[in-house]
Design a protein around this ligand. Sequence first.
Ligand SMILES: [Zn+2]
Length: 210
Amino acid sequence: MRIIKERIIKNYNLLLQKGMNLGSEGNISVKFKEKVFITPSGVDIKNLKIENISIVDFEGNLNNRVKPSSELDLHLLIYKKRKEINSIVHCHSDWASILSCMRQKIKKFHYMIAEFGGDDIKCSKYATFGTTKLANFVLEACRNRKGCLIANHGQISLGENIDEATHLSLALEKLAKQYYFCLLSKNFKLLSSKEISSVLKKFTNYKFKH
Ligand SMILES: [Zn+2]
């Protein structure tokens, strides 16, 4: 259990170093057996210690006395509906947030979007943070994908383990930045369906290793 908490803190700090989060923004969770380990509500990342990691069951009942992130419902819904997912990273990184405010999905402009499982990365509909409505919108936008933009809010990345979820979060931010400048230039070509499907085929048997 301790090692899970340590890895959450390590990855949360990595996101901070990369400028993906500010203060207590964003959250990371890991599913392990019948429990979900999640970053707490309102604790600055710099002060985060292992005793600050909240532990809940799938119904959201607390296993310790730490108040979980306000986006707990979002994490729990994804774990219930997506059995292959064992870790989730949510943050308000700049470029992903900018595209999310433009309500732009990322189209097949760069072959690396295939890492998310399809020929686009969608943007969810808007709902207030921390609500079940938002959880459902995000679940829908992540269908057959390992991430999405969250309207006027930020991004979420889903992984089979915490390293994959963190990697995808950084990858999504990079793609969002590249796509924003492509949109700005108005002078770029999308890949064809055939081109992206041959990349998807190559990625099918690719498992993220770290
Ligand atoms: Zn958020």
